[in-house]
Design a protein around this ligand. Structure first.
Ligand code: SF4
Ligand code: SF4
Length: 430
């Protein structure tokens, strides 16, 4: 498409990057067919093509973001399904990231919206604060019928009981004595996941060390920055990302490092993009690119490891939910399914697998109605396969689907840990 940015705007790398992206879009509309919000609402302004057009108008104008444009950008899940479908290779991810930052810088949101976004940006990336917030939600849960809108959505999404602390400190991160560690990896232990489901990291470490992989967990690393980034909060997102890059790069320099593993695919998409995030920062660019080059989803790494299956669960039907960040963001599609099948599980394909479950970072808290519609749609599609359980590679999806369905919903690594000699996942014990 034709663009009309001024020369002054094009001198800014962000605008010139968006200009390049916009010029690739030929307005063919193929992407509308797989966009969850367009499928649900049928409004062109809630389709990728409509949003691309509105973003162009907003950025070119140089004026504060119009309220109408903000509404339709806010409704975008950043699921990236449109990128998988687009035949022209339009990089919608970086375009919408820029648009969200522009909105954050130029648009005055209503007070309640602003306050909620600030609180979420403060709490979610910090495990200590998040745990306290969950405790508060647990106490308020019996009164949730008194609330509505976003507060009600938050109470509905909070787990029915507070998960115990991780056993991380007690799990050896070194390969068992006598086995020479074949590989050495960093594990990103994340932020919200380790509070909501600490067993995912525990299972990952057990699984890796059992197969001769030494696991390193640098203390300085934490949230990947995706949660603030997707709310347009660039500075805090960069601050979190910078800490990780420096901590992991230091570890990389200290010895051989085969990979940086991420078991929350929403975070993985962001970590793999660290090179882009810091490309204009001369102090950080090389380190960030090196770190991003080592980042792998756990399933990509496990695919190349000879897993020793000791307990095949051939009678269990697993509906595998492919998180958008994994299938569209990272194009990791077959690895988790093939690992589960190798471990003996019967893997069931879910209809409309390309459609988001509505979790999408903070989306289920900021857009509760649309998120609930997508959650129900996903639950119906899963139920149509008559599974015994659901597996996914992203904590957001696990919590979202688990809040709608009476089936156990677990992380893929928990099933692989079980099949290779680890404990049966707690969710399956009932
Ligand atoms: S499919 Fe790609 S080129 Fe076509 S309208 Fe969508 S983003 Fe633009
Ligand atoms: S990221 Fe998802 S919701 Fe947003 S425009 Fe693309 S397909 Fe639609």
């Amino acid at each position: 498409m034709k663009t009309n940015f001024s020369l002054a705007q094009l001198a800014d790398p962000k605008f010139s990057g968006s200009n390049d992206i916009l010029r690739k879009c030929v307005h063919c509309g193929f992407c509308t067919a797989t966009c969850p919000t367009y499928t649900e609402l049928g409004d062109e302004r809630d389709s990728p093509r409509g949003r691309i057009y509105m973003i162009q108008q907003m950025l070119e104008s140089g004026e504060p973001a119009p309220a109408e444009t903000v509404t339709h950008i806010d409704r975008c899940l950043s699921c990236l399904s449109c990128m998988t479908t687009c035949p022209s290779g339009v990089d919608y991810m970086h375009l919408v990231d820029h648009a969200r930052q522009y909105v954050d810088e130029t648009y005055e949101r209503p007070f309640a919206d602003r306050a909620l976004r600030s609180v979420l940006g403060l709490i979610l990336p910090r495990p200590g604060l998040f745990r306290l917030a969950l405790l508060g939600a647990l106490l308020a849960r019996p009164f949730r019928s008194l609330f509505f809108g976003r507060i009600r959505a938050m109470l509905d999404m909070a787990p029915g009981n507070l998960p115990g602390p991780s056993a991380l400190d007690e799990i050896p991160v070194h390969a068992p004595k006598g086995t020479k560690a074949r590989k050495r990896v960093i594990l990103m232990t994340g932020c919200a996941q380790k509070v909501l489901s600490p067993d995912i990291n525990d299972a990952t470490i057990r699984l890796l060390t059992r197969h001769g992989v030494e696991v390193v967990i640098p203390e300085e690393a934490g949230c990947c920055g995706a949660l603030p980034l997707h709310m347009g909060q660039e500075e805090p997102a960069l601050a979190f990302a910078r800490k990780n890059v420096l901590a992991w790069h230091k570890e990389k320099e200290a010895g051989d490092l085969d990979a940086i593993l991420i078991n929350t695919s929403g975070c993985g998409t962001t970590v793999k993009d660290y090179g882009h995030l810091f490309e204009q920062d001369p102090q950080m660019a090389d380190k960030a690119a090196a770190v991003a080059g080592l980042a792998k989803d756990i399933s990509e790494f496990l695919q190349d490891l000879e897993l020793e299956i000791v307990e095949r669960q051939e009678n269990l039907r697993v509906a595998y939910h492919s998180a958008c960040s994994l299938q569209h963001g990272q194009r990791v599609i077959n690895e988790p399914k093939s690992l589960l099948a190798r471990a003996g599980f019967e893997v069931l394909p879910i209809p409309e697998a390309y459609i988001c479950c509505g979790s999408a970072g903070t989306y289920n808290l900021l857009q509760p109605e649309l998120s609930a519609r997508l959650r129900s749609r996903k639950a119906q599609n899963i139920a149509s396969t008559s599974p015994d359980l659901v597996a996914a590679g992203n904590i957001g999806c696990i919590a979202q689907i688990g809040s709608e369905m009476d089936l156990p919903v677990v992380h893929t690594v928990q099933l692989l840990d079980w099949a290779t000699g680890g404990p049966k996942p707690e969710a399956l014990q009932a």
